[in-house]
Design a protein around this ligand. Structure first.
Ligand code: ADP
Ligand code: MG
Length: 438
């Protein structure tokens, strides 16, 4: 049922786009100007992605199989497919209204209203597929049906939805993010410019934590954590608010006392080392809530991340960070406090990178960000992994984290309750109920 996973992932992307449109519509209704380039980038994306790929896959492979196996499928599929056929018309009409708004013959409020009606229908469509069509497919399709559908969905050479098409969608998405207003966008390209590096497979163990305990007064916040991270891996630690995720990261980086347990990093027991000594060995953290130094310039914030490094490499490393996050270069002399939330998150990650991490610790990088930016931040994490970086990602946003993780651990009130590959955890009923809201 790999195909259903792919469809759900695409639904989440479309949902993010719809939420972004709603947000911009609200701002427009409140008097913000209309940016035609931004809207065209969104419409282009939806057109190519949804009409050209997402719907085509469903119409050609999933729905026919479903019709063949279930008589009751016809009613809902007829409606969904009518909406598929109608999709391009709706977009065309929105483009006409956009032109009218930009030309002054249609008011901002009227265009905002048309956008909201569109996103409502888009969301209703996604909901029907997720709540009606997909459960039915799970129930009635046979293993042979799935084999055939999955084969089509996973065909990486397919011109419609293979790797090449995906790369194009990614570019279209970056265009949206780069044109989005400051309130929701980065105002610049980010992960799109990263060079994809060598993908190093899971290698030797880099970090091994055994029986880690940590307390606040008499309260034990960590009750004996065992976990490991291999070189090149992206490992996610997910759990609800208050589970102990931040405490774990702080204990690992040495700013929080460990009352029991052992940490072995890169072959050495570092349990007794101070925080700065651990950082020198390559454990670098982007802290929860970003914590950039607001009054200091962006450049100075980055320099702070390199305080354990030889001076000679700082300028070169800063250029690398700027290549990843051009917006930071553009604003390098401005106080970090002037950056938007998403940009500050990029700065916090950039600052951690300045320490030349062997293990990059990220504490809830998606916290408090608009959906579009959550996507961008996770793109950055993916790109770093593709470069071979070993990453330990802590998130409440379990789905997004597990979706990109090689492996994951679930933390509940100070104990690890589940572990497995990212995909195993996403498929796990307990995890779905507790964290994914499904
Ligand atoms: N400075 C502190 N003093 C006392 N208790 C704390 C402190 N920081 C966190 N806690 C408690 O420790 C538990 C774990 O918190 P935390 O590690 O911040 O969780 P998470 O990052 O998963 O949200 C929570 O019950 C929290 O109330
Ligand atoms: Mg936390």
């Amino acid at each position: 049922m790999e195909s259903l996973r792919i469809i759900s992932e695409e639904h989440r992307n479309l949902w993010r786009i719809a939420t972004t449109i709603d947000q911009v519509a609200d701002e427009m209704a409140g008097g913000s100007p209309v940016d035609p380039a931004f809207f065209h980038s969104i419409f282009d994306y939806i057109e190519q992605f949804m009409d050209g790929c997402h719907h085509a896959k469903e119409d050609d492979y999933l729905f026919p199989a479903l019709r063949a196996r279930s008589a009751e499928a016809a009613a809902v599929l007829d409606r969904l497919q009518a909406e598929h056929r109608n999709g391009p018309e709706l977009l065309k009409s929105l483009r006409v209204q956009l032109a009218a708004t930009a030309g002054g013959s249609l008011g901002n409020a009227a265009f905002a209203e048309a956008l909201r009606i569109y996103t409502q229908s888009l969301k209703a469509h996604i909901r029907t597929e997720e709540k009606d069509a997909m459960p039915l497919a799970r129930e009635v399709l046979t293993a042979e049906d799935w084999a055939e559908i999955d084969r089509a969905f996973l065909d990486n050479e397919d011109p419609l939805f293979g790797d090449k098409a995906r790369a194009e969608f990614r570019q279209l998405f970056h265009r949206i993010a780069s044109l989005a207003p400051d309130s929701i966008g980065l105002g610049a390209t980010s992960a799109g410019q990263l060079q994809p590096g060598v993908t190093s497979g899971p290698g030797d163990i880099l970090l091994k934590v055994a029986g880690m305990e940590s307390c606040y007064g008499r309260i034990k916040a960590l009750k004996g954590i065992d976990l490991e991270v291999r070189k090149g891996e992206l490992v996610a630690l997910v759990g609800a608010n208050g589970a102990g995720k931040t405490t774990f990261l702080r204990t690992l980086s040495g700013v929080q006392p460990m009352s029991a347990g052992r940490i072995v990093f890169d072959g050495d027991d570092i349990s007794k080392l101070r925080a700065d000594q651990r950082m020198r060995r390559g454990i670098c953290q982007s802290p929860e809530g970003r914590q950039v130094f607001g009054p200091l310039s962006i450049e100075d914030n980055l320099r702070l991340g390199a305080y354990t490094q030889p001076k000679t490499q700082v300028a070169g490393d800063m250029e690398k960070v700027f290549t990843m996050f051009p917006i930071l270069k553009e604003k390098r002399h401005l106080p970090a406090g002037t950056l938007s939330g998403g940009q500050q998150q990029m700065l916090a990650i950039g600052r951690a990178l300045m320490g030349r991490p062997k293990l990059l610790l990220l504490d809830e990088p998606s916290m408090g960000l608009a959906p579009l930016l959550v996507e961008e931040v996770f793109n950055v994490v993916k790109a770093l992994k593709a470069e071979g970086m070993t990453i330990f990602l802590v998130e409440q946003n379990a789905f997004a984290a597990l979706a990109i993780a090689d492996r994951g651990y679930v933390l509940e009130t100070g104990s690890i309750t589940l572990t497995g590959t990212g995909q195993e955890l996403i498929a796990n009923e307990q995890v779905r109920a507790a964290y994914l809201g499904m």
